[in-house]
Design a protein. Structure first.
Length: 126
């Protein structure tokens, strides 16, 4: 069984070995760009939707029911905690991205710098 597992894992990693031209820095940079551009805004949207639904449950649906209000209040506080966690996570990702220059974009420079000194700017910078 271990031999079959090792062969299967080797076959699964074969395309990764074949595309070895992409460096680890490029892979990590693309992963950080995906986190900053797609994953974190998606999580913000989910947390905001969760907050709105529970605030609606607290003020409108559960206004007569004390137990429903307490449950909605607790879930609303959890969604606020999720906002704080996401902001902290986003800050850590940006700190790593800036520290190790993994963002995928170079900063724009003034026109008086020589292009050979600055290097070409990448076109897909936000």
């Amino acid at each position: 069984m271990k031999k079959i597992l090792s062969i299967a894992s080797g076959l699964l990693l074969l395309p990764l070995a074949a595309s070895a031209a992409q460096s680890a820095q490029t892979f990590i940079g693309n992963f950080i760009i995906f986190i900053n551009g797609t994953l974190i805004p998606f999580l913000f949207g989910i947390a905001f939707l969760f907050f709105i639904v529970n605030a609606f449950r607290f003020f409108i649906l559960g206004s007569n029911n004390q137990e429903g209000q307490e449950k909605a209040k607790a879930l609303t506080l959890y969604s606020v905690a999720a906002f704080v966690f996401i902001i902290v996570f986003w800050g850590i990702i940006n700190l790593v991205s800036i520290t190790f220059d993994l963002g995928g974009c170079s900063m724009p420079h003034s026109d008086y710098y020589l292009k050979s000194f600055v290097g070409p700017l990448q076109p897909n910078c936000p």
